[in-house]
Design a binder for this molecule. Structure first.
Ligand SMILES: NC(=O)c1ccc[n+]([C@@H]2O[C@H](COP(=O)([O-])OP(=O)(O)OC[C@H]3O[C@@H](n4cnc5c(N)ncnc54)[C@H](OP(=O)(O)O)[C@@H]3O)[C@@H](O)[C@H]2O)c1
Length: 345
């Protein structure tokens, strides 16, 4: 009864702290493009409105946020992004008050989600709720679908992953190890390289920022070549990988974060290797694979509970620290999945 009263009071909240899109972004995202303000509005998800009113608990800092900011956000309004939230009021038959969900929401304390069909209901709460911004949310399905569905991996193959200490990369590496592959990752600091080798169980790792010759380091790590390259960065790393692919290797294009902030994308020079080595290079978008979510959970939840998958988060406390946390993802300041805590309820 006490809890019920608290939830009702929250729906009527007039104070709503928000991270808003303040200035148009061209090129790289800076903190000055975003602002934090407190607005006063009442959220209402009327019966049969199809909407849900939620209290946001955790927000994900995804590279995808930059795309959302540039192409979907409205100047002066809260920026959109993935998050974990508690339903306060529901006008949609699939959701009821008290449900926990993850999906597209707003960077603010309270949001009205007008198309909640795209949200996933959270059924398993014996794991930290913040995991649904990463390991058990969009980046987790990305790692699962990108590796198992797109990369066509086989036991004993060699796998290279860039941005390997991030939300997606750390999982792809662990999936590849569980399958019995030889796994190497690249990351942008010594701390991350140590994590890859000592926490996530990669066979080898290197700091790409300290290597003058990426071709040489790849040849050292993969004297026989690479079967699967899980590309999170594009650019110079992709170019260096191409001549190091094995015959009939696969390049899974998950992301190209090295290009997102450039006004002119860099060119790729070594594409001839696709032809000579019959390499399959294939991009994918996670939302095409969301139907696999139940199958993914069925596989990953027991692995988490048994400690066979470990996971690392980088936590920023409070919406006021959200802009800095998000900007940090584009220079590698995050160590593990960058999460913003809005409320621990
Ligand atoms: N295809 C899809 O549907 C889909 C879905 C989700 C994510 N993605 C993509 O997957 C990739 C990884 O995403 P994530 O969520 O796991 O992010 P993340 O790895 O947690 O964070 C991004 C990381 O990228 C690295 N980075 C930043 N700027 C870079 C640059 N200029 N060059 C090289 N590396 C850079 C940084 O690590 P270092 O310190 O190692 O540089 C940073 O920590 C991104 O490209 C993202 O867009 C694609």
């Amino acid at each position: 009864m006490e809890k019920e009263k608290k939830i009702n009071a929250s729906v009527e909240a007039t104070s709503n702290k928000q991270v808003i899109y303040r200035e148009p972004v061209r090129g790289s995202l800076k903190e000055t493009h975003l602002g934090v303000r407190t607005s006063s509005e009442r959220l209402k998800a009327d019966e049969d409105s199809g909407a849900i009113a939620v209290k946001n608990l955790y927000l994900a800092c995804d590279p995808y946020n930059l795309n959302l900011i540039k192409f979907s956000a409205q100047l002066g309004s809260p920026i959109p992004g993935y998050g974990v939230a508690r339903v306060l009021e529901s006008g949609h038959p699939n959701f009821k008050k008290g449900d926990l969900v993850w999906g597209m929401t707003g960077w603010e304390e309270y949001s009205l989600i007008t198309a909640p069909e795209s949200c996933f209901k959270i059924e398993h709460t014996d794991v930290p709720l913040s995991y649904y911004t990463g390991l058990l949310g969009m980046p987790g399905v990305t790692a699962y679908a990108g590796f198992f569905e797109v990369s066509s991996p086989k036991k004993g193959e060699t796998v290279f992953i860039s941005a390997a200490a991030g939300a997606v990369g750390q999982l792809v590496g662990q999936f590849a190890k569980l399958l019995g592959c030889y796994v190497v990752g690249s990351a942008g600091s010594k701390e991350k390289v140590d994590l890859l080798k000592n926490k996530f169980g990669f066979d080898d790792a290197f700091n790409y920022k300290e290597e003058q010759d990426l071709d040489a380091v790849l040849k050292r790590c993969f004297p026989e070549g690479i079967d699967v390259y899980f590309d999170n960065v594009g650019g110079k790393m992709l170019d260096a990988v191409l001549p190091n692919m094995k015959l009939r290797g696969r390049i899974t294009v998950c992301g190209m974060i090295s290009q997102y902030s450039l006004e002119q994308p860099e060119g790729v020079h070594n594409l001839m290797n696709l032809l000579l080595k019959r390499v399959r290079m294939e991009g994918f978008v996670v939302s095409d694979h969301y139907h696999l979510y139940p199958k993914f959970l069925e596989m990953v939840l027991p692995l988490i509970r048994e400690g066979k998958i470990v996971y690392m988060e980088d936590i920023a406390e409070g919406l006021k620290n959200g802009p800095a946390a998000l900007v940090g993802v584009f220079s590698g300041r995050n160590v593990g999945k960058q999460v913003v805590v809005v409320s621990r309820e």
